[in-house]
Ligand binder design. Structure first.
Ligand SMILES: Nc1ncnc2c1ncn2[C@@H]1O[C@H](COP(=O)(O)OP(=O)(O)OP(=O)(O)O)[C@@H](O)[C@H]1O
Length: 271
């Protein structure tokens, strides 16, 4: 088994608009290793979410993948029949999106939502789902007595933890987190992300972490890719990208972060 879990090769994604095709992702290539937290940074509209949707093949019209490969353990996801791809989604590649809190069904008790996902993907019985749901609730720090509650009975932060718990219940090898906590206040954001990192360390899954918050990204990720207008302009380990950025745009991104008193400026990056 290779150390590389996901290989994105020369990915190109267009949005087919009335006025012609708009290329949102241009010849992008990067790898994510097993157990690696890979961050994708860049200003709004540079194509980060388009890549996340392409990996999961959840991109909807007018998005169109026009070129490249997305290899998961060497198999090109872009070539899988939809039925096979459904088995990959959640089971091997979990997703926590910005709007994840809203992805819970308001009319179903949380326990039933665990069962729904677990039964569909693993054929779990109700008792097995309950057991798994309890274990996951403990992991994300919510009392198991609340499994019978409805989503509206939880705070925003708790709902996001629940989505993460459901995602983890299937033990995916890769979790894509696209602005997973942006809608939450900073304290809750940090708490949740610290928890995800703890879980990542104990469970060893890989993470593709997408956020505007470069500072947070530098704290959480092993490697970072920086995007500009659909192109990946720099990829490197977190120390290199933050302390010795090669691309001018990466330097600009760092310099755009408000400096804390006493912070050193290093080669255009921050220390
Ligand atoms: N449904 C769509 N139709 C047309 N263009 C789109 C559509 N969705 C995204 N785009 C365009 O594709 C480009 C990439 O968008 P994308 O959402 O991937 O960027 P992003 O880096 O994730 O931004 P953000 O950080 O704001 O979420 C942008 O120029 C955007 O306007």
């Amino acid at each position: 088994m290779s150390d590389t879990l996901l290989q994105i090769r020369n990915l190109e994604v267009d949005y087919l608009l009335d006025k012609g095709a708009f290329r949102a992702v241009k010849n992008v290539s990067f790898d994510i290793g097993r157990g690696e937290i890979f961050g994708l940074a860049g200003e709004s509209g540079c194509g980060k979410s388009t890549i996340a949707f392409a990996i999961t093949r959840l991109a909807k019209s007018p998005a169109w993948v026009t070129g490249g490969e997305i290899l998961l353990d060497g198999r090109d996801l872009l070539k899988l029949p939809e039925g096979e791809m459904q088995k990959v989604r959640w089971r091997r590649v979990g997703m926590v999106f910005q709007s994840a809190m809203n992805s819970l069904n308001p009319l179903m008790r949380v326990e039933a939502q665990f069962h729904d996902v677990l039964h569909r993907h693993t054929g779990a019985t109700r008792a097995q789902s309950r057991e798994r749901a309890e274990a996951m609730f403990k992991l994300v720090g919510i009392s198991t007595s609340r499994l019978t509650d409805y989503p509206h009975q939880f705070s925003g932060g708790m709902r996001q933890r629940i989505v993460i718990a459901i995602c983890l219940a299937l033990q995916p090898e890769l979790i894509i987190m696209d602005e997973p906590t942006t809608a939450l206040d900073v304290v809750v954001q940090r708490e949740i992300l610290e928890q995800v990192i703890d879980l990542q360390r104990s469970h060893g899954f890989s993470v593709l972490f997408i956020t505007h918050d470069l500072h947070l990204m530098a704290q959480l990720c092993h490697r970072i890719g920086v995007m500009l207008k659909g192109e990946l302009v720099e990829v490197g380990d977190v120390r290199q990208v933050s302390h010795a950025p090669v691309h001018d745009y990466t330097r600009k991104l760092w310099n755009a972060i408000p400096q804390l008193p006493g912070r050193r400026e290093l080669a255009g990056g921050v220390a």
